[in-house]
Write a protein that binds this ligand. Structure first.
Ligand SMILES: *[C@@H]1O[C@H](CO)[C@@H](O)[C@H](O)[C@H]1NC(C)=O
Ligand SMILES: *[C@@H]1O[C@H](CO)[C@@H](O)[C@H](O)[C@H]1NC(C)=O
Ligand SMILES: *[C@@H]1O[C@H](CO)[C@@H](O)[C@H](O)[C@H]1NC(C)=O
Ligand SMILES: *[C@@H]1O[C@H](CO)[C@@H](O)[C@H](O)[C@H]1NC(C)=O
Ligand SMILES: *[C@@H]1O[C@H](CO)[C@@H](O)[C@H](O)[C@H]1NC(C)=O
Ligand SMILES: *[C@@H]1O[C@H](CO)[C@@H](O)[C@H](O)[C@H]1NC(C)=O
Length: 792
């Protein structure tokens, strides 16, 4: 038992000074734990002749997903609105036997008030007034009548600008650089960019950085894989339809994942918007120029006015807007007047939690999904996820009712404000950070559970094995295909993606180091076009085109129910640490391959120098973000990381490396490889040990003292598994986006969504900054050593 206690240093909240009190407390708790543990040791897994898995699947043989979809798509529910939906969700959790809580945060948001867009001729006369509205479609109830949400971009600055305009392709950093090379001056002009490739908020950021006065975002039919009216596909809602020409993608233009920005409430980066908090200027995370979203039908006359003006766009910039020749412009004889007016204020947002308490409440599994939607419908985003969440509550509730004892606590969470910038989940994660880091085993994210027929999985590699094994237990809706596993093998070669950002797992994974999963069915080229963030993401669409009979919803619910069961049921947490180590090596190979060869022989500066820089940087950020002193540092939980991160001397371990002689970069890379291989070694042994312990646990011929011993062994072992991924957080954060602390996984800094690995290392190479590369190799080595050492 002492041993177990001694290993607790990996637990973030235990202060070494309180060892005595802790020992006594733990002794008492342990005796209580054994007391409750022994009788259930030989727990019979059958309940009334049924396995827990069959109880879950039986519950889901009835499929109410369509009912919940209908409910959630019946009224608008922008962030901080529609409290009845909040209450309904809480009531549902209670109805199914979960303990529900409503958790409120006061968050800075914007709501649409007014907008206008005029195309003006040289004399300033309006030649075209864009209606900025989506068509009402008879068949599709939610596209009509009361309660429709105007087309707008959350957090886009208020403004009324009149200027010339240019076409800027996808609005990526490279696109704006290319415009410069082509001699196009964006300064003071409105940039018209098409959706796609990168997160929309970063398009606005790059436009702003280039001096643009405003932005128009539209969906180009060229990004619809040839499914266009010209190719014979009539617009929605025909069979085999093309994108409706009036459809508009709403969305947030927060600078999610961009340099200097943090998710969540832009006025409280890194700490929770609860109670009486100090709020900062939000403009590190939101823009200063107005922006509007627009349909391809309405942008057409505007872009056509550029025909023959300015340089021709490069071939890869061309979409499929008919009548527009993709000239970049500007045309000195026309201009745009873009007017955006929103109400910015601080308003309550509500998360709803539903809990099933497990035997061990220090091991928690969270399943989260947001509830807010851009439109009255939102049948795909997020209500397919919301419907599945309620189905999960129902199935897990059935299992609980049957008398099954959950080993770990399960918490279902319905967040508000995801769409605006991961608001509800981020504020909660920041508020409960210590608690979550100490207790959560895994976070499972739903968002758009169904928008097509192609299953996707993104996850921390510790979960790879359990995710794949569970795929085998669920049938794919199209019976010809076989199991979900067969489907995933055929379509994705069983590849589990890296997590980037863009949904609620971000705070859990990238800020707190909690193993996370994101999953659902998305569209493939052969699926009907999904009208993302448009009025046509409706119940009608879902029930007629997206998921007739809600069978894909049901499949996600079954998969998740079994996955949760698997994570919950195994006494020894069923994670593969070796999978993690293997992936780290693969990603590291990829990163190292991008190092210019001639760098490797360069001598590099003493690592202690980096330590100094690092501390200065941190203080710089601390002061720069203030203007005035207050109690919040950008790192609100320094004590949290002490035992992991040794913040006073992050390069402690590297001293021996560099004390006496200078090294080449190649030497440093080799050292990191050694650390990776050592981790592979220790995780291989560790996973074997996990299997042995689980087998021991399943034996029924152990004496009582063997069981007691095993109890402590498993407890200790589980702590190591639970905290393994926390080792890969770096307290100082990624360069220029310190909120992101995971050193292995991050969203691309110029894309906002897509996952990227070893971000610190890769970005240093991209920026041709050897010093920073050495710093990040040092941080990696330190984390790898720490992870290895705790396992042996
Ligand atoms: C679900 O909807 C069906 C069809 O409208 C209805 O018959 C059934 O009673 C509903 N069930 C629940 C639990 O709401
Ligand atoms: C926007 O500015 C134009 C002139 O630049 C003006 O005519 C128009 O009334 C303004 N719109 C609003 C709503 O203030
Ligand atoms: C729709 O597309 C499918 C598959 O491409 C095809 O089999 C079907 O005939 C099409 N239906 C219509 C109405 O065009
Ligand atoms: C603007 O219009 C005038 C007269 O209508 C024409 O002479 C001039 O060439 C035009 N300028 C551009 C840039 O098209
Ligand atoms: C190590 O590198 C530093 C900086 O490049 C240099 O000043 C120093 O002389 C080198 N030391 C040795 C022992 O080569
Ligand atoms: C890994 O373990 C093997 C056998 O235990 C040992 O020979 C080898 O040196 C270890 N490798 C590293 C990098 O620690």
């Amino acid at each position: 038992m002492e041993k177990g206690v001694d290993y607790i240093p990996v637990a973030p909240l235990v202060s070494r000074r309180k060892t005595w009190a802790r020992t006594i407390l733990i002794s008492i708790l342990s005796i209580l734990a054994i007391w409750s543990y022994l009788p259930s040791f030989n727990q019979v897994s059958l309940i009334a002749g049924k396995t827990p898995e069959s109880i879950l699947l039986e519950a889901l043989e009835t499929n109410f997903a369509g009912n919940w979809s209908k409910k959630y798509t019946s009224e608008a529910h922008l962030p901080g609105t529609n409290f009845p939906f909040v209450q309904w969700t809480a009531d549902k959790f209670e109805e199914y036997g979960l303990k529900s809580t409503i958790d409120t945060y006061d968050i800075f948001v914007s709501y649409p008030e007014d907008h206008a867009l005029h195309l003006l001729d040289k004399s300033g006369k309006t030649v075209y007034l864009a209606p900025l509205e989506e068509d009402e479609i008879d068949e599709d109830e939610t596209s009509k009548g009361e309660g429709r949400v105007p087309t707008f971009l959350a957090y886009a600055a208020n403004g009324n600008v009149t200027s010339q305009y240019v076409y800027a392709n996808y609005g990526s950093r490279e696109d704006f650089e290319q415009l410069k090379e082509l001699g196009v001056d964006v300064t003071g002009k409105i940039a018209i960019v098409r959706y796609g490739k990168i997160f929309r908020g970063l398009k606005v950021k790059f436009a702003q950085d280039s001096g643009a006065s405003g932005v128009l975002l539209y969906s180009d039919p060229g990004d619809d894989f040839g499914v266009t009216p010209e190719n014979g596909f009539e617009p929605y809602p025909h069979q085999n339809y093309s994108r409706h020409p009036s459809s508009v993608q709403r969305g947030s233009v927060q600078f999610l994942g961009g340099l200097g920005a943090a998710p969540g409430d832009p006025t409280t980066p890194g700490y929770a918007s609860k109670g009486d908090v100090v709020r900062l200027d939000p403009h590190a995370s939101i823009g200063r120029i107005p922006a509007l979203p627009i349909s391809y039908r309405e942008v057409k006359p505007i872009l056509k006015a550029l025909n023959g003006h300015g340089v021709k766009a490069p071939e890869s910039w061309k979409g499929a807007l008919t009548g527009y020749d993709y000239s970049i412009g500007p045309n000195a004889n026309v201009s745009l007047n873009l007017y955006n007016q929103q109400v910015f204020n601080i308003t309550p947002l509500w998360n709803v939690y539903g809990e099933i308490e497990g035997t061990n409440t220090n091991e928690v599994i969270i399943i989260g999904n947001h509830r807010d939607a851009w439109v009255k419908g939102g049948a795909g985003d997020p209500n397919s996820g919301s419907a599945v969440l309620i189905e999960l509550a129902r199935a897990l509730g059935e299992l609980k009712k049957s008398g099954y004892e959950f080993k770990r606590s399960i918490i279902l969470q319905s967040y508000d404000g995801e769409e605006y910038g991961l608001l509800g989940s981020t504020e909660f994660g920041e508020y409960a950070a210590r608690h979550l880091q100490r207790k959560v085993v895994a976070y499972i994210n739903l968002d758009v559970a169904v928008s097509g027929t192609q299953f996707h999985l993104g996850a921390s590699p510790v979960l790879n094995d359990i995710l794949k094994e569970t795929l085998k237990k669920v049938a794919y809706p199209d019976k010809k295909v076989g199991s979900l596993y067969d489907h995933y093998e055929q379509t994705s070669n069983l590849k589990i993606n890296n997590l980037g950002s863009g949904s609620d797992y971000t705070v859990f994974f990238e800020h707190l180091g909690i193993p996370s999963v994101d999953l659902g069915f998305t569209g493939s080229k052969t699926d009907p076009i999904y009208h993302y963030h448009s009025n046509y993401d409706s119940y009608y669409w879902m029930s007629e085109f997206g998921d007739k009979g809600f069978v894909y919803h049901n499949t996600v619910a079954k998969y998740l129910a079994l996955l949760i069961y698997e994570i919950n049921e195994h006494k020894v947490i069923k994670f593969g640490l070796k999978d993690y180590a293997e992936n780290l090596i693969l990603y590291f190979n990829d990163a190292v391959a991008t190092i210019p060869h001639k760098w490797l022989s360069k001598e590099v500066v003493d690592l202690e120098e980096y330590l100094k820089h690092n501390i200065e940087d941190r203080e710089f950020i601390y002061e720069a973000s203030q203007g005035k002193y207050h109690d919040f540092s950008p790192y609100p939980f320094p004590e949290l990381m002490e035992d992991f991160q040794c913040p006073h001397d992050p390069f402690h371990v590297m001293h021996d490396v560099n004390h006496h002689k200078n090294l080449t970069l190649g030497d440093i890379v080799t050292k990191t490889y050694n650390d990776l291989n050592a981790l592979l070694n220790s995780t291989t042994d560790f996973d074997e040990k996990s299997k042995e312990l689980q087998l021991e646990y399943e034996r029924d011929d152990l004496s009582w003292w063997q069981r007691v011993k095993l109890h402590f062994q498993i407890n200790h072992h589980n702590k190591l598994i639970q905290y393994f991924e926390r080792n890969f957080l770096y307290y100082g954060g990624l360069d220029e986006r310190v909120w992101f602390r995971h050193i292995v996984f991050a969203a691309g800094r110029y894309t906002g969504y897509a996952g990227q690995t070893w971000p610190g290392i890769r970005e240093a190479i991209e920026d041709e900054d050897i010093d920073r590369l050495v710093k990040w190799l040092g941080i990696a080595s330190k984390a790898l050593k720490r992870a290895s050492i705790t396992l042996v």
